[in-house]
Design a protein around this ligand. Structure first.
Ligand SMILES: Cc1cc2nc3c(=O)[nH]c(=O)nc-3n(C[C@H](O)[C@H](O)[C@H](O)COP(=O)(O)O)c2cc1C
Length: 180
């Protein structure tokens, strides 16, 4: 089974990119991963869409379409998801309810500096996915709060209990993708 991964931060040393790397390292056997980029699609503009889909959008959508499931790691920006992540999702969400996200099993996790660790961002992301008819992995939730202490300067996850929890999360996520 192939999983398309999306990190909601463009920072080179992003903790959310680090979370995705850790998920890949700790995943059970039998999963393969592709990394999708949210930085390339232009700002969503209906006029641009009407003239023809930008190549970067086509690539992003194809990555989701080809995958058995999607895994999104989102930071929390002002109690929600980053605009750059929402922009890429908005492009991929068309045509409404028949997009590459419709019916595509999706899991999420997130790292943020506050102690509530992306609870508000993930709640918004679930709402967004609901609007695209996307089934969301319900449990366990992964909220990595106080992230500054849990990653090194390169954004690698170094907190051992969090790594152990991620391994369990990936096992459960893989089972859900297989069985629904
Ligand atoms: C514009 C902006 C808004 C932010 N708002 C929040 C917030 O609402 N809650 C929070 O916990 N952290 C907030 N942060 C801090 C982020 O959690 C922190 O920068 C996080 O590590 C970003 O993820 P990254 O390491 O993957 O880039 C904000 C950061 C930025 C740049």
């Amino acid at each position: 089974m192939n999983i398309a991964t999306i990190a909601g931060s463009l920072r080179q040393t992003s903790t959310n990119r680090g979370l995705i790397r850790a998920c890949i390292e700790l995943a059970p056997e039998g999963l393969t991963f592709d990394t999708l980029s949210i930085g390339e699609p232009p700002h969503y503009n209906g006029d641009v869409a009407a003239r023809g889909e930008p190549e970067a959008v086509t690539r992003f959508k194809a990555g989701i379409d080809a995958a058995d499931a999607v895994l999104i790691a989102t930071p929390e920006y002002n109690y929600s998801i980053p605009g750059v992540l929402k922009n890429a999702i908005d492009w991929a969400s068309r045509p409404a309810y028949q997009s590459v996200f419709a019916g595509k099993k999706t899991g999420m996790l997130g790292a943020a500096y506050s102690v509530v660790g992306t609870a508000r961002a993930q709640s918004h992301l679930k709402q967004i996915l609901l609007g695209m008819a996307t089934p969301v992995f319900p449990f366990p939730e992964v909220l990595v709060g106080a992230a500054k202490a849990k990653f090194d300067a390169e954004g690698n996850l170094i907190d051992v209990p969090t790594r152990e929890f991620l391994a369990k999360f990936m096992l459960a996520f893989a089972g859900w993708i297989k069985t629904g």
